[in-house]
Design a protein around this ligand. Sequence first.
Ligand SMILES: [Zn+2]
Length: 861
Amino acid sequence: MLLSRILFFVLLSVLLLGQVPSSYAADVQSYLPKDQNYETSVTTPEAVLGFGLGERHPRHDQIVDYFQQLANSSERVMITEMGRTEQLRKQLLVTISTAENLANLEDILAKRKKTYVNLGDVKEKTDDEPLVVWLGYSVHGDEASGANAAMAVAYHYAASQDQSIEELLKNTIIVLEPSINPDGLDRFVNWVTTFQSNTLNDDPSHIEHHQGWPSGRTNHYWFDLNRDWLLLTQKESQQRLKFFHNYQPHIVGDFHEMSRNGSYFFQPGVPSRTHPLTPKANGELTKLIGSYHAKALDQQQRLYYSEEVFDDFYYGKGSTYPDINGSIGILFEQASSRGLQQQSINGLLTFEFGIQNHVLTSLSTVEGAWQNQQQLKNYRQEFYRQGLKLAKKESFNGYLIHADNDQHRLNEFLQTLTQHQIKVYPLSSDFRHNAKLFLKDQSYFIPLEQTQYRVIQALFNQQTNFQDNTFYDVSGWTLPLAMNIEFHQVERTWGLKLANNPWKKPAQATTLLDQNAYGYVFEWHHSLAPQLLEKLLSSGLKARVATKSFTSNVHGVTRRFKAGSILVAAGWQQVNNWRELLTNASIESHIEIFSLSTGFTPQGVDLGSSSFKVLKKVNVMLIGGDNISQYEAGEVRFYLDKNLHLPLSIVEQNRINSLDLALYSHIILVDGNYSDFSDKIVSQLSLWVKNGGVIYAQKRAAKWLSDKEILSADFVSNNQINQLFDLDNLTYQDKENLAARKRIAGAIFQTSLDNSHPLTYGIETKNLPLFRNSTLIMKRPTQAFVSVANYTDSPLMSGYTDRNLVNTIAHNSAIVAHNLGKGRVIASSDNLVFRGYWLGSAKLLANSLYFAKAFNVSIKD
Ligand SMILES: [Zn+2]
């Protein structure tokens, strides 16, 4: 079997030889240290791939194939499928250790878990626990050198018969996630291989090096998985996190690529840009391990840098999340050949060169961790011990959560906390806090004194002042604000009684419908109410939205239904099995449907009133393509697909000309540069709105609609914003700092809603937090009823924004909406569905789809 495989490879090599430049390293051993006496029965990457590492870009399935064959040929290697990606590719985890350790892996991990998770057990004994090193590669699919390096690294530890490796593995578990983003990796690999030729092209302008839209960086939904470790909206992240917490690594390597003209970066990054919840000792250990990377790169005269550019602040990244979980996360960045080779300011940059660098630092990570294992183990122990001390020192004991009527949103929130191993306890009796009574069935408590104290603080933190104002990514991400969940710090727990067991996701009940009812009503405060409505409308059922409240008698009890409630009256229906469809849809969305026996209401409008506005099936188009933010397009797509179950047509801008726009009820424009749109398209869009279309635009798209006089709103000019900053006495040194002050990298702002406006139906709070990552500010319109959400007078809730900018944002508009002819124009200066977890403001987008015709605000010239 083995012989035939070797023979096959020899034959294949001969066949390929004519196409492969001889300077390429076909042999995995050329990437690895000398004199390892590699076990010949262990399968090499080239034997499986049919080409050497660096010669081609293997697809994810080829990488999986290699690891499967590696595991078959080495007793040191075990592979686990953590789950499937959105596109059903395998999410692979590779564990490497001695055969004996692998056989006892579950026991070893369970024992470690006990040490750290039960705080009472955090004692002295850590000597006999193995060192756990976790190496993750190519979370950005178009940074493929990592995934290729992973094969060489795994081969090395599987095949080396060097005594030091055998010694190391006895007490070390190496965990590799070779390809963190399989769907993105394949999107990239398909791109580069499409444009690669036998004759290699190093021209940076060649199409091979410039991906189409969307790029391979992101996953199926065009989400950056390297921002999702904390938010966990993507299934790839959720599936991985279970394993991360099961293995509890001491150290984590996160392997990336940056622009082609860089050299090589390894952390530590900029010291002042580390999140204050990360212990100082973390940075010291990162630096200590860094000396091993430096040595490895020095030996081959490869250029590198550290303590610059990159930060360690936002905990949603693969190199930062470990820092809040007792581990040392280390970011590596290789200059990208973004293809097989490319010219750079450093000369010819090859794919092979990048792979080699990541192999070197992967090995130096393991080596550095091995040499300093006792320090890493002590650090981890101390991390939890200190965490507990810090929790005790806090001025409050924990967070009290109050659930409103939306079970889905609450479940999503608590589920996210639980995935981070945070314990949340339901109240077992009512509790009075600051003169408000918290009912036991609607309230939860999160004690600070628990293992995950730091993660709790990272998720609930509302910091607005920082040591360093420069942010590589968002500076504010407070989870309960994003999900619009009420939370309070509790200083006195006297009288607080908690359930014995932490919260677990409950099985959800469904209601039976009265089969002869006059009509049915469901309430809009449920996150999934739009999903239920979409199901009904797309099945041909007729439904209307109440624009005024009413009461009704439901099984002998008078119940008040707010504006925004959806009525499905028997008298309107034309589809035969409509009651069955309604029943099934309510079961699917777990939303309670009330059966009404009469159209006559004790209070408020009767069911036949024209205050119930007709709802129509929507056909939604999103404009995509070059110059349009693939993230924001992806976020809208994710929300409509996963939450609303609504088919979204994505149309590239160059195809708008040839479309019959009348087929669509809504067009969504996300942030992007629309200046390429011809006057013809602009007048087409304008005419379509005037004929009854609804256009929703956010950020720069909103500004563009205003420039084109489709949106009636004014924006604060760049000039006005520049004037906010005092430029006197600045020196050249202040250039970067000024740029940082002028940016809003990502912060949370408070708005005040017009709760009577149809676009806010279902949002039961007066104030709604919104996420903002631009300095585009919409002025508050002078005309009444146009502004749906205004920033409050002191709007900054979380994250960094310069005080002058905050003051300019205050009182201005976040959402405006008005008529244009028979149509509607809705604009937001913010991203309502940022990174998939903003379930609070997402409702505004759903309402823009279903309730745009339920309001009527004409603009007077
Ligand atoms: Zn990256």
